[in-house]
Ligand binder design. Structure first.
Ligand SMILES: [Zn+2]
Length: 312
């Protein structure tokens, strides 16, 4: 597991503590202090790892929400320890489970539990996947920046097209030189882009019975000062969207709004959605061919003062 470079360090530490029975669950912490309740605050059962991560109401709802749809109460009938549950999930051939997603999601359940218990900050089960995605993208971006590997090779890149003109402009050995990428086109890496960078993403799946569904939005912002580099991760739920492209346009709307609120000037917006990029940069929304469903949102984005089409 520790060979997984994309796993954020805090997730690694958490995974280690989880597997070595070192997390302060109610059951464990309650043994050491009479001020700490051994029981789950919601249902009163003994709060051990299985209850906390898989069987309490919040955890069951989180595992049953998009994109997992896993009924953990069934999985736990045959797997009664944490390593067994993890093994069962990893070998379930579920299309969304891999070791990094799994531990990052478990960490988000743990964080939501602690936020609720100690900070009185409540989250909803569907927010956990959005939070997981943001953490994953955050560590991917850090890795890309530190090793100067392009985002193209780290993110799933089936929609990305190589743009020869951008490659042609890049000069080897002049990595510090700032190059403006061609708007609306695919780039080969982020090392040549000047900060701030705003990466936006949306995960959306059609509702099994049709009709609009909310998407999970993830926004990752990186600023660079003289000596430091700051990062901001935002996870959000979109209004009900009827298509993947509409979900993507919601992520662009939110990021341009955030850029405006935080007064981030001259940001480069990065999206994985080539269709959105090419449509949003076309100056005249009504003349551009393509998706009618996203034109109201595109018009709204075009009207915002912080979003410059030339920087998408
Ligand atoms: Zn409970």
């Amino acid at each position: 597991m520790w060979k997984e470079k994309q796993m954020a360090p805090r997730i690694e530490t958490f995974a280690w503590r989880l597997l070595w029975n070192a997390l302060a669950t109610g059951k464990r912490a309650g043994k050491y202090s009479k001020h700490i309740s051994e029981n789950c605050p919601t249902c009163g059962s003994l709060e051990d790892e299985i209850h906390l991560f898989f069987l309490r109401h919040f955890a069951k709802a989180a595992w049953y929400s998009h994109p997992w749809y896993i009924k953990t109460e069934f999985t736990s009938q045959h797997n009664c320890s944490i390593p067994q549950m993890i093994q069962a999930l990893l070998t379930s051939h579920h299309p969304h489970i891999n070791i990094i997603y799994l531990y990052t999601f478990l960490w988000c359940i743990w964080k939501a539990r602690n936020d609720a218990r100690f900070c009185r900050k409540l989250s909803t089960p569907p927010q956990l996947y959005a939070a997981t995605m943001v953490i994953m993208h955050g560590s991917n971006m850090e890795l890309a920046a530190s090793s100067r590997i392009g985002v193209t090779s780290l993110f799933s890149s089936s929609t990305m097209l190589h743009d020869a003109s951008v490659q042609g402009h890049q000069r080897k050995g002049h990595a510090d030189q700032q190059i403006a990428p061609t708007p609306g086109r695919t780039i080969n890496g982020i090392s040549a882009i000047s900060c701030p960078i705003i990466f936006l993403d949306a995960v959306w799946s059609p509702h099994p019975h049709g009709g609009p569904v909310a998407a999970s939005l993830g926004i990752f912002i990186q600023f660079r000062g003289d000596r430091c580099c700051s990062q901001l991760c935002i996870s959000a739920i979109s209004p009900p969207a009827t298509s993947a492209i509409q979900a993507e346009v919601f992520s662009l709307m939110l990021s341009s709004y955030i850029a405006g609120t935080l007064q981030i000037q001259q940001a480069t917006f990065l999206t994985e959605c080539a269709t959105l990029a090419s449509e949003a940069v076309s100056q005249n929304v009504t003349l551009a061919p393509g998706h009618w469903s996203i034109r109201p949102q595109l018009a709204q984005i075009a009207a915002s003062t912080t979003f410059e089409p030339s920087r998408l």
